[in-house]
Design a protein around this ligand. Structure first.
Ligand SMILES: [Zn+2]
Length: 382
């Protein structure tokens, strides 16, 4: 992405969207998949708002748990390394109103989670434990998406990155799962859909976002697309899972074998996701950014590099105007990979370079893509 400034018909190219000083600013976006140009106005304000709260550090998932507070330190180091300066403005989120949580999760589950945390916490499932501080962290993580929407609506920035703990995409309607308590991206998507927006959620975490899928499985206002390693926890996310009822076709699953690299992701985008996104015509894009799809992550075996996350940002940010894009932190358990992946993502979000690593192999596993396309088509015809 780059910024161009317009002066009475004169077009002057600037180096970076967030640092242009002109009062009338436009963004020229080149969609890397289709090489299509799009000119959109830039709202006044900083390039990127970054949501983080001290309470996110206080959520204790248990001794030696991979989802640990040091992950946020790695993310903060990533901001420093990206050298984004005044392009980034920090904000401290406020808790999500409880009524909005009830729009996504069962009231009984939310109330029980609150009581359980406030009584000191403990183990919720084999992977998911909470401490007393976890309730505050969870409602602040969910609230960060709502705050980001309000801030972007006011024109404070072009996009938002939310460095939240606990993550959210495994949390289903009636229970916690896989390190997740409240489904943060779903809370934001629900709020947007409730006001008539068409919301695209793209999830590139190595694990399938079963919670997000379940919450919107019958909902035509949200298009959920997930790239994930398969088979892997939680075991869902087959290509044949395509949504149901009014939501039929609004779930897109791209289950990938271990070692998959960006070439295969690109083929999936081009051949499977982009045609559906074009028909859906999203008004907002929310990204479940799980950096455990990086090749050195200790829990998974996919083959992306930190540079590859830039490709997602460039593609997804080209789909909607500025001020309508939010990135939510999900997984990512190698601290170095998390640091450089965050830096690359944030730099891409404001149109800057970073480039610690090169992209992974452009070779595409077309056999896998064809099998996914066929399985999906068969399910849609049933
Ligand atoms: Zn994950």
């Amino acid at each position: 992405m780059r910024c161009i400034s317009l002066h009475l018909g004169e077009r002057v190219h600037g180096a970076n969207s967030a640092k242009c000083s002109s009062t009338l600013r436009y963004l020229e976006i080149v969609n890397p998949i289709h090489n299509r140009r799009l000119i959109v106005p830039i709202l006044e304000g900083v390039g990127l708002i970054f949501g983080m709260h001290q309470k996110f550090h206080e959520h204790d998932a248990g001794t030696s748990h991979p989802e640990r507070p040091e992950r946020l330190s790695a993310v903060l180091s990533g901001i420093g390394e990206a050298h984004l300066g005044e392009a980034v403005e920090f904000f401290a989120p406020t808790p999500a109103p409880i009524d909005i949580l009830y729009r996504v999760h069962d009231k009984a589950y939310v109330d029980a989670l609150r009581r359980f945390c406030l009584m000191g916490g403990g183990r919720l499932d084999p992977d998911t434990s909470v401490s007393e501080a976890s309730w505050d962290a969870a409602i602040l993580a969910a609230g960060s998406g709502l705050d980001a929407i309000a801030r972007l609506d006011r024109g404070e920035a072009e996009s938002a990155f939310l460095a939240v703990r606990p993550p959210g995409h495994h949390a289903v309607i009636d229970r916690a799962m896989g390190f997740c308590l409240i489904n943060n991206v779903a809370v934001a998507a629900r709020a947007l859909a409730d006001r008539g927006e068409r919301v695209l959620i793209v999830d590139f975490d190595a694990h399938h976002g079963n919670g997000t899928q379940d919450i919107f499985y019958s909902d035509p206002s949200v298009l959920y697309a997930s790239f994930h390693q398969y088979p892997l926890y939680p075991g869902t996310g087959r290509a044949s899972e395509v949504g149901k009822g009014e939501g039929l076709g609004r779930t897109i699953n791209i289950p990938l074998p271990a070692g998959s690299t960006i070439g295969t992701y690109r083929a999936a985008i081009d051949q499977i996701i982009s045609p559906e996104v074009e028909l859906f015509s999203p008004t907002w894009v929310l990204i479940s950014a799980g950096f455990d799809s990086h090749y050195i992550d200790p829990l998974t075996d996919l083959g992306l590099t930190s540079f590859d996350y830039r490709i997602f940002i460039d593609w997804l940010f080209s789909l909607v105007p500025t001020g309508k894009r939010i990135v939510f932190l999900e997984g990512g358990y190698d601290l170095d990979a998390l640091r450089v992946s965050t830096a690359e993502t944030l730099a891409a979000m404001v149109g800057e370079g970073f480039g610690f690593e090169k992209s992974s192999s452009e070779e595409a596993d077309l056999k896998t893509i064809e099998a996914i396309r066929t399985a999906r088509a068969r399910s849609l015809e049933l």
